[in-house]
Design a protein around this ligand. Structure first.
Ligand code: NAD
Length: 247
């Protein structure tokens, strides 16, 4: 798809799904800003992969939960790039435990990054999108935000929150030419799922009608569509990318 003249900011793009999304948008000609907590050294491969498409790209080592730093950084990007058209709120973490064993700090940490971080990034960027009367915001949810999951009280609640935040953002900014949609992946092969026990992986795998786990590309394809002109009349939607896991 054609993203010439567009600039996209993708959070959590130093690796995994975010990196694949950044590469996908760059392949269509979008300039890319990668935001992640990873060290600049460990984000270098992702940055090189994006620059290989001949687009302008930057890496910003930033914690999306730090509102002050996010605002400062976003204002700097706007000065440097002129505008940001596409925001992909992809950064996320897990701290899985059965509810009875989960501490308040484990609950708070996941809500803070996955839900509050998405709010902070959106608030910092949407004011600039409003001025341009154009924006595409894509939030990374999860099917567990729709169906719940044993051992993920914090994570599933954060992703359900992301879905509600998506719908509210869609309603508040629709008249300003800004769309906001969510993608809800199922079980995707990344570092996040690599840490799961073989037993947990098998249990999840057995529930997928397509009989395979997803790839980061499967998710990036949905994000690409929602970031493009082809999705202009779609807002507040949640697209599941899960091989039929949750139907
Ligand atoms: N992998 C899956 O099966 C799956 C399924 C559903 C949803 N998701 C969601 O997709 C997104 C990407 O997941 P992934 O599998 O690529 O995970 P990942 O762990 O490989 O990548 C997440 C990235 O987010 C970054 N990050 C974490 N906290 C941050 C913070 N506070 N500020 C900035 N960056 C931060 C990490 O450094 C990392 O680079 C997440 O939101 C995740 O919840 C993943």
């Amino acid at each position: 798809m054609d993203f010439q003249g567009r600039t996209a900011l993708v959070t959590g793009a130093a690796r995994g799904i975010g990196r694949t999304i950044a590469e996908k948008l760059a392949s269509g000609g979008a300039n890319i800003i990668i935001v992640d907590v990873a060290s600049p050294e460990s984000a270098q491969t992702a940055l090189d992969a994006v620059r290989a498409y001949g687009v302008k790209a930057s890496y910003c080592c930033l914690d999306i939960t730090n509102g002050e730093k996010v605002t400062e950084a976003v204002n700097g990007f706007i000065k440097e790039y002129g505008k940001i058209d596409i925001l992909v709120n992809n950064a996320g973490i897990t701290k899985d435990k059965l509810l009875m064993m989960m501490s308040e700090s484990e609950f708070d940490a996941v809500i803070n990054v996955n839900l509050k971080g998405t709010f902070i990034m959106t608030k910092a960027l949407v004011r600039h999108m409003m001025k341009n009367r154009y924006g595409r915001i894509i939030n990374m949810a999860s099917v567990v935000g729709l169906m719940g999951n044993v051992g993920q009280a914090n994570y599933s609640a954060s992703k359900a929150g992301v879905i509600a935040l998506t719908k509210t953002t869609a309603k508040e900014f629709a008249a300003r030419g800004i769309t906001c949609n969510a993608v809800a992946p199922g079980f995707i092969d990344t570092s996040m799922t690599a840490v799961l026990s073989e037993e947990a992986k098998k249990a999840m795998f057995d529930m997928i009608p397509m009989g395979r786990t997803g790839k980061p590309e499967d998710v990036a394809n949905a994000v690409e569509f929602l970031a493009s002109e082809s999705s202009a009349y779609i807002t507040g939607e949640v697209i599941k990318v899960d091989g039929g896991l949750y139907i």
